[in-house]
Structure formats: structure tokens, C-alpha cells
Ligand binder design. Structure first.
Ligand SMILES: *Cc1c(COP(=O)(O)O)cnc(C)c1O
Length: 397
């Protein structure tokens, strides 16, 4: 895609915000479209009395199989949700409510301090309900060390929730190592992983990753918004208390009529993700590195996040000496985020960047570029020139 000339009213910025959401893949949109109208697969998947219902159920179950395959899980371990936010809520609140059934008091939960709000807020809510919560501090790159986790475990810890890839930094946690520590916990504690940012980018395999619960979001992997899934291990069986009641769908875990088109869309997105995982992340990482190499020698520029243990599309950069707001305003030919998109309604500096040691000014002067499936090398070249001009201009003033 060639950038539209400056003078054109059609000009839109180049999309470099794939970590906030991805466009729906055309193949996904096409599959979804077959599940809507009278001539399509429109019925209620829970209707057992006619062929319309059976066909809708079959489509939903095929899609469940596609999502399960991305994780090498059993389809019976997948529960549909409205997204990763709901999956995280079900994991944390469901595990806590279950624990409370057997333990009227106490109970300890460990999360990382730089989880997405969809983990931090449920954890805080549970704290208000009488659970104790420990928030693990990351290192300067945003990684949680296994020794930090080991030191925080207590006899009454029943749940650990640590994300696979941080949404702001792209930093990757070693979930195999962290999960192994949970497995050695004498009283047994569950390990939940928010994998919204890693699905389709990094290998997920629940056969050898010691994960009990894992959250996914379709719209971070070229599926539609409004659908996600929670993986719930069957062996050894993980028990959660349902958080949404009303009809007992999803084996009682999550009531509500399934949105066939949404499930089918997520299934297709998962199938595409699995099919391209051995080449697409490498291609995107090359583009991401092209972007970084193009701007790394600008004065005051610093990479936020881990230089190597980082998901393919993420590039979070601090521009020391630039005013954050001016920077974002000036980079008007690029669609990017400051900190996390979920925080951009408020002007508080990103809690993630602060947790890895940035001061308020540097956090404000940080930009998250995130690249994805449809990013081209021409777009990256354009972005490099644009960023260089803007930063040189701002640092002069
Ligand atoms: C986007 C995101 C979420 C929220 O997912 P939704 O499907 O939008 O609810 C949760 N966690 C992480 C790490 C994310 O990137």
C-alpha cells in the first residue's frame, strides 16, 4: 500500500496498532457471513429439535476444535466467552469462588503487576472480597522471574496469573518455567495465563506447558471482536464456579446462546494462525526490526521491553526529550498507541512503563508501534522517515 499523498482528503494514517486490535482476515469475514441469514447457518446452536440447530451446533463444534487445535488441547477444554476480558474474569473469579466453597476464609492469589487490566481489576475486586493478592514486580524488561514467583508462593496460594506476552512491551514470559513452579507447590495451585497477545505468534501447547487455564481473544489474531475463549484443563481436572448463569450452556461454565458467526470467525482465525505460525511471526519480526533499525540512532531513543524475548510485532520506544502529547500529535501519519490502548482515555502514565523503571516524562514520551499480518515494507520505510522528521523537529524545540 502506497501512502496517499499529503494533499488528499482520503489520507489515513498507516495502521501500526495491531496490539490494540487486528483487522478481521477476509477468510474469517467470509466464514462468518455464512452464519447469519435465512439461507445461511443462522439457527440457535442449542436447538436440538431440528436440522437448523444441528447444523449450527456442528459449526460451533468445528470452530471449537479449531481453537483447541491451536493449543493442542481437547475441544472439551475450550469454553467460549465474549473475549479475553471475560475469560480472565471467569478464570480468576471462578477459581476464587470455588476455593471459597471449601475454605470460608483466606486464600492467596498471585498476579504480575503488569498484567492487563482484565486481570488486575478482577484481582483487585477479589481483594475487596477478602482474598489476599500479591502483585509481582517485573525486571527492567518486563519479565517475571521464577525466583520472584517462588518467593511469593504461600501455603494458601490457590491461583497464579501471569501473562504470556505483555500487551504494551511485547515482552515474553517463560510460562513453562513459571508453570513448573506452580506444579511444585505442595498444596497445588492453579496457573492461569493470559495469552491474548501470544496466540498465533508463539507456540502454545498445553500438552507440555504446565498451564491450567489460558485466555484467548479472537480480535488480537485477525478474528472478530466480541469473542474469546478460556482453556480449562481436564487432566488433572480444573474446577471453576460459573460466573454467568442462565441455561447451563458450555457445560455450565458460561450460559448464553452461542453466537455462531463469532465462534466460526474465531475458529477460522485460529486455523489460519496455526497454519502460518512457522513463517508469519518471522516475517513480521523482520519488518519490526527494520523499523527499529531505522530510528534507533536518533538521539534519546530507547527500546522499552526485552530486546530478544519479545513478540514479533511489538516495538515500544521512548523518545527522551520529546513532549509525549506533541509526539503523538506530530506522528499523525501513523496510527499508534502511547502505552496501552486501554489506558489512552486517561493521561496517567502507563503503569507498565513505570513498573519497568521509566519516570513519568519518559513514559509519556513512549510510543508503542505494533505491526501485523498486513504491514508492508513500504509502510515501514515511510514510518521510519516520518518518525525521523518528527523527532528531529521536536528535539530542536
Ligand atoms: C486485548 C487484551 C485483553 C482483552 O481482550 P478482549 O477480548 O478485548 O476482552 C486481555 N489481555 C490482554 C493481554 C490483551 O492484550
Amino acid at each position: 500500500m502506497k501512502p496517499i499523498p499529503e494533499s488528499s482528503p482520503l489520507r489515513k494514517p498507516i495502521y501500526l496498532d495491531y496490539a490494540a486490535t487486528t483487522p478481521v482476515a477476509p477468510e474469517v469475514a467470509e466464514a462468518m457471513m455464512t452464519c447469519m441469514t435465512l439461507t445461511g447457518n443462522f439457527a440457535n446452536p442449542a436447538s436440538r429439535s431440528h436440522v437448523y440447530g444441528w447444523q449450527a451446533e456442528e459449526a460451533v463444534e468445528d470452530a471449537r476444535g479449531q481453537v483447541a487445535a491451536l493449543l493442542h488441547a481437547d475441544p472439551r477444554e475450550i469454553v467460549w466467552t465474549s473475549g479475553a476480558t471475560e475469560a480472565n474474569n471467569l478464570a480468576l473469579k471462578g477459581a476464587a469462588a470455588r476455593y471459597r466453597e471449601e475454605h470460608p476464609e483466606g486464600g492467596h492469589i498471585i498476579v504480575s503487576a503488569i498484567e492487563h487490566k482484565a486481570v488486575l481489576d478482577p484481582a483487585q475486586w477479589l481483594e475487596q472480597q477478602g482474598f489476599q493478592v500479591t502483585r509481582l514486580q517485573p525486571d527492567e524488561y518486563g519479565r517475571i522471574h521464577s525466583s520472584t514467583l517462588r518467593d511469593a508462593l504461600r501455603d494458601d496460594t490457590f491461583l497464579v496469573s501471569i501473562m504470556h506476552v505483555n500487551n504494551e512491551l511485547g515482552t515474553v514470559n517463560d510460562i513453562a518455567e513459571l508453570g513448573a513452579i506452580c506444579r511444585t507447590h505442595t498444596h497445588g495451585c492453579l496457573f492461569h495465563v493470559d495469552a491474548a497477545q501470544s496466540a498465533g505468534k508463539l507456540a502454545l501447547d498445553v500438552r507440555d506447558q504446565p498451564v491450567d487455564l489460558l485466555s484467548l481473544s479472537a480480535h488480537k489474531m485477525y478474528g472478530p471482536k466480541g469473542v474469546g475463549a478460556l482453556y480449562i484443563r481436564r487432566d488433572p481436572a480444573v474446577k471453576l464456579a460459573a460466573q454467568i448463569h442462565g441455561g447451563g450452556h458450555e457445560r455450565g461454565y458460561r450460559s448464553g446462546t452461542l453466537a455462531t458467526h463469532q465462534c466460526v470467525g474465531m475458529g477460522k482465525a485460529a486455523e489460519l494462525a496455526a497454519a502460518q505460525i512457522s513463517e508469519e511471526p518471522a516475517r513480521i519480526a523482520t519488518l519490526r526490526d527494520q523499523l527499529w533499525q531505522g530510528i534507533a540512532n536518533l538521539p534519546g531513543v530507547k527500546l522499552n521491553g526485552h530486546p530478544e524475548a519479545r513478540a514479533c510485532g511489538h516495538l515500544n520506544v521512548a523518545f527522551a526529550g520529546c513532549d509525549g502529547e506533541m509526539l503523538l500529535l506530530s506522528l499523525r501519519d501513523l496510527a499508534v498507541s502511547t502505552g496501552s490502548a486501554c489506558n489512552s482515555a486517561s493521561i496517567a502514565p502507563s503503569y507498565v512503563l513505570k513498573a519497568i523503571g521509566l519516570d513519568d516524562d519518559l513514559a509519556h514520551a513512549s510510543i508503542r508501534f505494533s505491526l501485523g499480518r498486513y504491514t508492508t515494507t513500504e509502510e515501514v520505510s515511510f514510518a521510519v522517515e516520518h518518525i525521523r522528521q518528527v523527532v528531529k523537529h521536536l528535539q530542536k524545540h
